[in-house]
Design a binder for this molecule. Structure first.
Ligand code: C2O
Ligand code: CU
Ligand code: CU
Length: 428
């Protein structure tokens, strides 16, 4: 509008969705019956989001992956009561990336996300534009929000079949659609993969095992495309991939058994043995040329261990982090604004966990004693933790300070987060 602020309206509301024909499922969404609109914004833009809660229970909206002041973060302290509204505003001060938004009410996140509260955020910037990557939303730049769901006999969302990691669905929704396909009209497509599931870890690849190019991870573009034929994404993680298409072909994005670092039995109990079809890509008989995959993307801005002023360690043990459960009244870590820190994170139990940090994107210095693989070499805000492996993360905190409002770090398996596998930090 006139003062240069772009505004978005998100109204959390109850509704009903016909996922399968003739069956009405009770669902929630933001201004629609299931999920919410994709928020698209530019680096440097000032945005205001008008959140209204028309549900019968309190909720929050958290901007996962966004660098913003703690008061705008939408964590468990920013509850919006039924009938109330909340109007966070912030300036986008980070590179082009695929982020997302979802509720973060203490103990209620799994339920509210399962009902349908989640949406994608796409940030653009000049560096990304200069690369001429596929960027026509829904045509060659395709949001792929992946959720597993289970429906009971009455067609309602059910979360009673669970692994240690939380609810496990037997059907896959992409952007809220069962059995989805995408018509492809270009010779290269960019898929923005988002694991928006409560618990399931996916290993995305194609049914013909073709290679694709990974171009971006959680926080933005890599230095160069990384060719691969499968990428593991745990809940909350994102990956942008470029896929080459041939006229007239059909190829299916699948999830094959991910490497969870667990014994065969525990792996199976946590859906680690499942193969699922995710999204069928149907190429037209003639495809428009959208150019070649660039050799280089954006220069890596490497954080140096020698700049770190503080080292912290986080041990995930059972449902605890550093032997503590979440306490809304306790600040676990106090961090100095503008400082660089190294966080060592380790899952010491033979069960799956991951780790997400609000307010920053981090880089991974080491996985065990070695360098990170390509998919962990760029900006990340969420990582899967293979049991028994130490991950060393380096991150630089911003200059926004607030002694009263904390940010969160937590396991992003929503059942674990809800059970208290979360801690709080303030930046002062
Ligand atoms: Cu995606 Cu603290 O969350
Ligand atoms: Cu987050
Ligand atoms: Cu966990």
């Amino acid at each position: 509008d006139a003062d240069g602020t772009r505004s978005f309206d998100l109204t959390a509301q109850a509704g009903s969705t016909e996922f399968s024909s003739g069956v009405d499922t009770d669902t929630w969404g933001y201004g629609q019956s299931y999920l919410g609109p994709t928020i698209v914004a530019d680096r440097g833009e000032h945005v205001q989001i008008n959140v209204t809660n028309d549900l019968a229970e309190a909720t929050t909206v958290h901007w996962h992956g966004m660098h913003l002041p703690a008061r705008m973060d939408g964590g468990p302290h920013q509850l919006v009561a039924p009938g109330d509204s909340w109007h966070p505003d912030f300036t986008i001060e980070q590179p082009a990336a695929t982020l997302w938004y979802h509720p973060h009410a203490n103990g209620e996140t799994e339920h509210q996300v399962e009902m349908g509260l989640a949406g994608m955020i796409i940030l653009h910037d000049d560096a990304e534009r200069a690369l001429n990557l596929p960027a026509e939303y829904g045509v060659d730049d395709i949001p792929v929000m992946v959720q597993d769901r289970r429906f009971d006999d009455a067609g309602q969302i059910a979360t009673d079949v669970r692994g240690y990691i939380g609810p496990l669905g037997d059907q896959v929704l992409v952007n809220g659609t069962l059995g989805p396909y995408q018509d492809v009209t270009t010779d290269v497509v960019r898929l923005r993969l988002l694991n928006a599931s409560s618990s399931r870890v996916y290993n995305f690849g194609f049914d013909d095992s073709r290679a694709f190019d990974l171009i971006a991870t959680d926080g933005g573009l890599l230095e160069a495309p990384a060719p691969m034929d499968g990428i593991r994404l745990s809940p909350g993680e994102r990956a942008e991939v470029l896929v080459n298409m041939v006229p007239g072909e059909t190829v299916t994005l699948q999830s094959t058994p991910p490497e969870l670092g667990l014994s065969a039995r525990v792996n199976e109990q946590n859906a680690g043995a499942d193969t699922l079809d995710v999204l069928e890509l149907r190429a037209a008989d003639a495809l428009a040329a959208v150019g070649t995959v660039p050799d280089a993307l954006v220069p890596a801005d490497r954080l140096a261990q020698s700049d770190a002023s503080q080292q912290r360690s986080f041990v995930l043990n059972g449902m605890n982090i550093n032997n503590r459960l979440m306490d809304m009244g306790r600040i676990d870590e106090t961090i100095t604004a503008d400082s660089t820190e190294v966080w060592t994170v380790e899952n010491t139990m033979p069960m799956p966990h991951n780790f997400h940090v609000h307010a920053v994107q981090f880089q991974i210095l080491r996985v065990g004693s070695g360098p990170p693989p390509p998919e962990l070499s760029g900006w990340k805000d969420t990582i899967y933790l293979e049991p028994g492996t130490r991950y060393e993360l380096i991150m630089q905190f911003g200059s926004d300070t607030d002694p009263d409002f904390p940010y969160m770090y937590h396991c992003h398996m929503l059942a674990h987060e809800d059970a208290g596998m979360m801690g709080q930090f303030v930046v002062v």
